[in-house]
Write a protein that binds this ligand. Structure first.
Ligand code: AMP
Ligand code: ZN
Length: 114
């Protein structure tokens, strides 16, 4: 059993402000939002980084993208616009090593890609 923080959130051991959930993913408000809308979407199964996604047989990226669309609609930023980002490894800014997608919106985003 993983003691990864996002695994604990997926198992309900750490509370979160849930935005969306299905059998494969869970989306919740980021605890340190960088925009009025800042949601993190995680696969329920532990995958450490984007580099650990098996591109040939894993549909999790499609599923995360579909979930990002749903989150954007739930948060009301689908028409105004939003940003989807995946940080990978240290120089990519990844702090939590459980794959996650950031959905940012609710204000005009500048060039904040680092
Ligand atoms: P990253 O830098 O891509 O690894 O992003 C990790 C994100 O997870 C950061 O934006 C954190 O604010 C967020 N985060 C960490 N712990 C929690 C938590 N318990 N609940 C919600 N968001 C969290
Ligand atoms: Zn995990």
């Amino acid at each position: 059993m993983s003691d990864c923080i996002f695994c604990k959130i997926a198992r309900g051991e750490i509370p979160c402000a849930k935005v969306y959930e299905d059998d494969k993913v869970l989306a919740f408000d980021d605890i340190h939002p960088m925009a009025p809308v800042h949601v993190v979407i995680i696969p329920k199964n532990h995958i450490s980084t984007l580099m650990d996604v098996a591109a040939d047989k894993d549909d999790i990226i499609n599923h995360l993208t579909a979930a990002a669309q749903k989150v954007a609609k739930i948060k009301g930023v689908d028409a105004s616009g939003f940003r989807v980002a995946i940080n990978c490894n240290a120089e990519g800014g990844q702090v939590v090593f459980h794959l996650h997608v950031h959905v940012l919106g609710g204000r005009k985003l500048q060039d904040e890609l680092g």
